[in-house]
Design a protein around this ligand. Structure first.
Ligand code: NAD
Ligand code: DAU
Length: 363
């Protein structure tokens, strides 16, 4: 079992859930978390970690190859789980440069550091070390209504700068396995939701806007389809692939939940109406507003999860209703966390930049 893990981006949404999940489950696993603490990362996400004596945080950039090499040596790292990325599609449309830097060059920097320390210096190979790369279903592009779901053999066809940068990083990982014998695994996962998600993404944004009496901005006609997975289920899938997945392989991960965005927003509103009725006396759904669509908006994602299910026995444990209920209950209890984020200048400026230019559309 890999026990000395370097996690990158562990102060972000999925990374912090992964760190908490693993430390809570195994007493003999040591995690080093390397995170630059960009707008999306926060030490607040890592408060109250279980088994804290087995955890070490380094504030730093994955592009700093010397730092990564030193960390691999000093902490005798045997596995790297790479979450760090720019992760928001809308931001990649308004400013793609950071996505090329972090997602492509950042992944290259980590691969080079691992190649030098693990392969060249220490002559380690399959079974000794593992580079696990976290990727997305968005590398496969978009599906028409009757198209079969994505699977590991689907051709890459990324549509946004975000998706293209993730696709590039996937290809780099593949090439290091093929050319240098780097022991790699890769997971392509669908949309995650759950605790600690930054409220620029659909679900937390809608929860917070609803509670604050603001508009619920639905892009285009709201009939776009995503495949939603509760974050804890994703963390367990990553753990299974890291420990038991075959070197050189990629695994598709998804939630078997494929509602349209409008259905998600309506469900969130209904749950909130029950748990915390609006002071206005109206249903939260009355705050829904149709706004200008995202340019190049992918219409539909869906994922086949047969490979990970058959080879590793993984399947999602949460259905959408349970997951959303858990998520809303978590956000309702996080006044301090929400306040800290809402006060961040980067958050306010992003909300202005992304939403003020969008016009309200008739539906
Ligand atoms: P996030 O935006 O919440 O967190 C990203 C983290 O990376 C932050 O803590 C940030 O500080 C850190 N980071 C950014 N640049 C860095 C750098 N140069 N050096 C070190 N740290 C840096 O992202 P997330 O939603 O948790 O996504 C994590 C990973 O999972 C990403 O690779 C993303 O592409 C992938 N993914 C996300 C989803 C999803 O639905 N959120 C689904 C599939 C795959
Ligand atoms: O599919 C996996 C991907 O899921 C991950 O790789 C990305 O990191 C993650 O951000 C997510 O991308 P999406 O673009 O699908 O997620 P987002 O939450 O931004 O949007 C979900 C859907 O909701 C999408 O169809 C756009 C729509 N949307 C989003 C926002 C923020 C709205 O209608 N209104 C909004 O204000």
């Amino acid at each position: 079992m890999y026990k000395r893990i370097l996690v990158t981006g562990g102060a972000g949404f999925i990374g912090s859930n992964f760190v908490r999940h693993v430390l809570g489950k195994f007493e003999d696993v040591y995690i080093v978390n390397l995170d630059l603490l960009t707008y999306a990362g926060s030490l607040e996400n890592l408060r109250d970690l279980p088994n804290k004596e087995n955890y070490h945080f380094i504030e730093g950039d994955i592009l700093d190859q010397d730092l990564v090499q030193r960390t691999l040596r000093e902490f005798e790292i045997d596995s790297l789980v790479h979450f760090a990325a720019e992760s928001h599609v809308d931001r990649s449309i308004l400013g793609p440069s950071a996505f090329v830097q972090t997602n492509i060059l950042g992944t290259f920097s980590l691969l080079e550091a691992a190649r030098k320390v693990w392969i060249e210096e220490k002559k380690l190979g399959d079974g000794d070390v593992r580079f696990h790369h976290i990727s997305t279903d968005e590398v496969y592009g978009t599906l028409a209504p009757d198209d079969p779901a994505f699977e590991e053999t689907t051709s890459y066809a990324p549509n946004s700068p975000y998706a293209a940068s993730k696709a590039s990083s996937d290809h780099l990982v593949r090439s290091y396995a093929h050319t240098y014998g780097m022991p790699t695994t890769l997971t392509n996962c669908t949309n995650n939701y759950g605790p600690y998600q930054f409220p620029e993404k659909l679900i937390p944004l809608m929860i917070l806007n609803a509670l604050n009496g603001k508009d619920l901005p639905i892009y285009g006609d709201g009939e776009q389809i995503r495949d939603w997975l509760y974050v804890e289920d994703h963390c367990e899938a990553i753990w299974q692939v890291l420990q038991k997945g075959c070197s050189g392989e990629s695994y598709c991960v998804g939630g078997n939940n494929q509602p349209a965005n409008l259905e998600i927003v309506d469900t969130l509103c209904e749950i909130l109406d029950e748990l915390k009725p609006s002071a206005s006396g109206k249903n939260y759904a009355s705050q829904k507003t149709f706004v200008t669509d995202r340019p190049g908006h992918d219409r539909r994602y869906a994922m086949k999860i047969n490979k990970i299910n058959q080879e590793l026995g993984w399947e999602p444990k949460h259905n959408l209703k349970d997951g959303l209920l858990k998520t809303i209950n978590w956000y309702l209890k996080q006044e301090e966390w929400i306040e800290a984020i809402s006060k961040k200048k980067e958050y306010q400026s992003w909300m202005d930049e992304n939403y003020t230019e969008r016009t309200e559309e008739e539906k």
